[in-house]
Design a protein around this ligand. Structure first.
Ligand code: KIV
Ligand code: ZN
Length: 511
């Protein structure tokens, strides 16, 4: 029997710390359900003390998840721990994850605490958390730059106090695989009560080594990996869940453990997270990129036709892709659409929701010949937007763009129950539309990022636009898809404005 490798997903906590990736409560519930379906062991749903919105999200996730453990983050102070416990109350199985920094840099410059005080805080927090649950995780933040002897001291103390998981974070992505694996091995050898806790790792990707560092730790005894879908996370992100799971599964000749995950849910979950956050997955991304199972070169195609294993180390089906796609088009009916959506993991709560998607599917099918799974994901993502948040709606737009002339745009928006017209000139058609929208909504936000992706190949493909705006210091992402990229741009901008107007507040967890 091989050891079990526990998969701890932190997409909704550390992943949400990616600037612009904040998620609403209902979006978090959808992601949690997808993670649970994939049989993720522990779902870190948020940082309840950070904001009322984060508290409600953790509580909502705790209410719906029944088979995975739901975890909440807390600093070592009493208020954080109590708030985390309160949010987790409805959970069938709950974990409190408490952390305090242990590196000289953090202790001296950020916490302004002596090492003895840090140990005291850590122990006190673990004891308090144990009053609420038997499942308590402790993280010495910035462990990657902490002194080994001090780490041993803190870890021994928190295990004595009742920590059942000890997580070693490489908070700033500074470690390299050989050295990080060695640190894990030494900690497990030197800490006298190490056998009383599971050792876990949490690696950031600043130098592109988060997955390599995590796997090196696993080879040296770690039995929990903290990771995120699509590698989302603070700065350069965290170790990508899909890469960890598929590396361990594909190289069972190397790893002394395995996960219990249903990897065939990976693609669905990856697309859901990408749609909700507006962070596109790069085409050449390992495991979940659009090209991860595509073969272009003639020699490769020839090899694949003769025997798949010549150029493929995993099967597309193993991560939830179909090699042959069902082509949906304008002659397809509602049942064909429903069946295909079900196959790719999308179910509707009501016939009305399906009818609405079917209507937009028909409109799209009139504009393009083949509707691929990616098109369907984009269509459904549009209906995922929380209706309560839709205070502004695009009713009509017209853009004139001519060589030698300044582009002009007219829009009609539905706002406060009234149709309101807007008109503006711009440096280009997209600029003109954004300015015309601004003449109506007057949000005063600054555009920080604008990107266009084609969802499928060909000139009739849908364009998916992501915009990032800064409104009074809040960074917000918006997404829109359409066969016309100027319309997609307007939808994305309005989506961001709606999120900005919804006042979903969220403090940065580590401020
Ligand atoms: O990166 C980090 O150190 C963290 C901790 C809270 C575990 O996210
Ligand atoms: Zn982190």
């Amino acid at each position: 029997m091989k050891d079990k490798l526990i998969i701890f997903d932190t997409t909704m906590r550390d992943g949400e710390q990616s600037p612009g990736a904040s998620m609403t409560r209902d979006e978090k519930v959808k992601i949690a359900q997808s993670l649970e379906k994939m049989r993720v062991d522990v779902i870190e749903a948020g940082f309840p003390v950070a904001s009322p919105g984060d508290f409600e999200s953790v509580q909502a996730v705790a209410r719906v998840v029944t088979t995975s453990t739901v975890c909440a983050l807390a600093r070592t102070n009493d208020a954080d721990i109590d708030r985390a416990a309160e949010a987790l109350k409805p959970a069938v199985s709950s974990r409190i994850h408490t952390f305090i920094a242990t590196s000289p840099i953090h202790m001296q410059k950020k916490l302004r605490m002596q090492p003895d005080e840090v140990v005291e805080h850590a122990v006190k927090a673990v004891r308090r958390a144990r009053n609420y649950t038997d499942d308590v995780e402790f993280s010495p933040e910035d462990a990657g730059r902490s002194e080994l002897d001090f780490l041993c001291r803190v870890i021994e103390a928190v295990i004595d106090a009742g920590a059942t998981t000890v997580n070693i974070p490489d908070t700033v992505g500074y470690s390299v695989p050989g050295q990080f694996g060695d640190t894990i091995r030494q900690l497990m050898e030197k800490v006298p009560n190490a056998d009383k806790a599971i050792f876990s790792v949490h690696c950031h990707n600043d130098l592109g080594m988060a997955v390599a560092n995590s796997l090196s730790a696993v080879l040296n005894g770690a039995r929990q990996v903290e990771c995120t879908i699509n590698g989302l996370g603070e700065r350069a992100g965290n170790a990508a869940l899909e890469e960890i799971v598929m590396a361990v599964r594909t190289r069972q000749d190397v790893f002394p453990c395995d996960t219990e995950l249903d990897a065939t849910e990976i693609m669905n979950c990856s697309r859901l997270v990408s749609n909700i956050t507006g962070f596109p997955v790069q085409p050449n991304k390992a495991v979940v990129g659009a090209n991860a199972f595509a073969h272009e070169a003639g020699i490769h195609q020839d090899g694949i036709i003769k025997s798949r294993d010549t150029y493929e180390i995993m099967r597309a089906q193993d991560v939830g892709l179909k090699t042959n796609r069902l082509v949906l088009g304008k002659h397809s009916g509602r049942n064909a659409l429903r069946a295909r959506l079900k196959e790719i993991g999308i179910k509707f709560d009501s016939d009305e929701a399906l009818n609405e998607t079917f209507k937009r599917f028909k409109e799209l099918a009139d504009k393009k010949h083949e509707i691929f799974d990616e098109d369907l994901q984009a269509l459904v993502a549009d209906s995922l937007h929380d209706p309560e948040v839709e205070q502004v709606k695009l009713i009509y737009m017209k853009v004139l763009s001519e060589t030698g002339e300044t582009p002009v745009a007219d829009v009609t928006l539905l706002m406060d129950g009234q149709e309101k017209p807007g008109h503006a000139e711009g440096d280009g058609p997209v600029d003109a539309v954004f300015k015309a929208i601004e003449t109506v909504v007057k949000s005063g936000s600054q555009l920080q990022l604008y990107s266009v992706n084609s969802i499928t190949g060909g000139t009739d493909s849908q364009g998916e636009v992501t915009v990032r705006i800064d409104k009074d210091g809040r960074v917000i992402n918006g997404r829109g898809a359409d066969t016309d990229i100027v319309v997609a741009s307007a939808k994305a901008y309005i989506n961001a404005i709606n999120k900005a107007l919804s006042h979903v507040e969220r403090a940065h967890p580590q401020v």
